[in-house]
Design a protein around this ligand. Sequence first.
Ligand code: BGP
Length: 462
Amino acid sequence: MKKFPKNFWWGAATSGPQSEGRFHKKHANVFDYHYQIEPEKFYNQVGPDTASNFYNDYANDLALMSSIGMNSLRTSIQWSRLIDDLELNTVNKDAVSFYNNVIDTMLAKGLTPVMNLHHFDLPVELYDKYGGWESKKVVDLYVGFATKCFELFGDRVKYWTTHNEPMVVVEGEYLFQFHYPNVVDGKKAVQVAYNLNLASAKAIAAFKKLNLTDAQIGTVLNLTPTYAASDKPEDLEAARIAELWNNKMFLEPAIFGHFPAELEALLEKDQVIWETSAEEAEIIKNNTIDFLGVNYYHPNRVKAPDVAPDSVGEWMPDRYYDNFDMPGRRVNLDRGWEIYPEAIYDIALNIKENYGNIPWYVSENGMGVSNEERFKNADGVIQDDYRIDFLTEHLSYLHQGIEAGSNCFGYHMWTPIDCWSWLNAYKNRYGFISNNIHTQEKTIKKSGYWFKAVAERNGLED
Ligand code: BGP
């Protein structure tokens, strides 16, 4: 038996915008709005309006989660739901009672709440008015919203995270056009990355001021380790820059309180460096995280770029590296992501050796598969053995990392109940529990029963 540490978090993660549905929300977030104007961009034209109906069904959903052995759950509070007047930062009473009910039910069901404050879901009015995360005004409005969350729910919620995968905002919205507003602008992308780091530090400062008993705050980053295609110096150099841009740009301010000097020098040289000030640098320095959440799905393999880095065109970080599609790699073809569980061990050791062995947990990991109906048995239970295999392999490498001394305190799968996935909508399903999106009927999959046994034993059978 591979035993995990005492009080290990066995759970799963979702987010407000992907599970709640738009019911009774006063404001549209960027995804609500994008669906309104371009529904054809979303798989089968399914938008976030109903999602997995968590707004109406939370009591039943949380009971199901608890029944499969989960002892913790991360979700997020939607800014576009909680706040009535985005400038004056007044709260919406219905939203307060909804989140109070969710939190109280979680606690009653033995689910430790982990509350995230930003999961790509900026209220669209703040993009229209100020340019969203391009603006430091929006940073301050976000801190106001975060402060309201701490004040309203901090008596019961003891684990907070400031962002989920802030890099996806930078890449999806400002470089590679996979999220609204689909801007391509390297300089803005760099400023947005900085502002998101600043927002996290300022929210942490506000959190500390409140002196909440036994409460901790962290952030959730998609640490996708970089592997060079070969040991050739040019491939290693490509990997070094990819690692700086993709991982260290968020990891180092969050943990060390400053940006990597090599990254700053590169951005300076390319004349895209962010606007900062001594006062902001001080805020970032003094407000680092208590714990780290790591989302891991697939590795990032890179090689030297085919083009020269000084090629003419919009500044893009990937002028310094090209993706490398490793021949013979194992892939989840439905999502197009390589399956490489060994990376979890590398992440664990990297945190131990290079990041002060900060307490961390796997905040997302999982496998999105389409048309899972085809795997139903006669009793209507989806036989998702591929998911069980995926989790077993990843948990085994995580266990090895913990045995080697890495300070990991939990594992959350993406996601408890099949939920809405941005442009992919309901194409790929990730949950331990399936969701019929026409009837909202929820059914535990084989992996849900398997997870219960793992959580109860606090370990994996050898
Ligand atoms: C992460 C996000 C989640 C979730 C997951 C699965 O990047 O934090 O919100 O969506 O990926 O990916 P996808 O939905 O794109 O298949």
